[in-house]
Design a protein around this ligand. Structure first.
Ligand SMILES: [Fe+2]
Length: 138
């Protein structure tokens, strides 16, 4: 039932970010790369999909509360929002903690030592690199 949750979480992320097409596009791209990496190795599809889609979900709250989108603030603000979204969608309870842990550390590799974390970290770095490159050429 991966696609079932994936679709619902994508919808919830889109609703949450609203007009912020940049963030929505970023999350979708990270999901795409994370799925590509996962297809070549091992990991939990549901955890990877949920974490990829929601990894930056705290960014609006970080900007609102601290006037900053710095990683440390996103990591504080993201997990409670992701928790609310996942619980509402009846995402498997036993996987929610892992998703939240990935979100809470997604800018700091080496703390969460799981395959699922590695996948999200790699996918996010790749998208960030591409976005930086594109900015330079704009
Ligand atoms: Fe990101």
């Amino acid at each position: 039932m991966v696609s079932h949750y994936k679709k619902l979480i994508l919808q919830a992320m889109g609703n949450y970010f609203g007009q912020d097409a940049k963030r929505i596009g970023h999350a979708c791209k990270v999901l795409q790369y994370a799925e590509e990496i996962l297809a070549k190795g091992s990991g939990d599809e549901e955890v990877v999909a949920a974490a990829a889609i929601l990894h930056d979900i705290g960014i609006h709250e970080a900007e609102r509360k601290y006037n900053s989108n710095a990683g440390e603030y996103q990591e504080i603000e993201g997990p409670p929002i992701a928790n609310r979204i996942l619980k509402k969608l009846d995402f498997p309870r036993e996987k929610i903690d892992e998703v939240l842990e990935i979100i809470a550390h997604h800018h700091r590799p080496g703390i969460v030592k799981t395959q699922n974390f590695e996948i999200i970290f790699k996918a996010d770095c790749r998208v960030n690199r591409e976005e930086k490159r594109r900015k330079k050429h704009d």
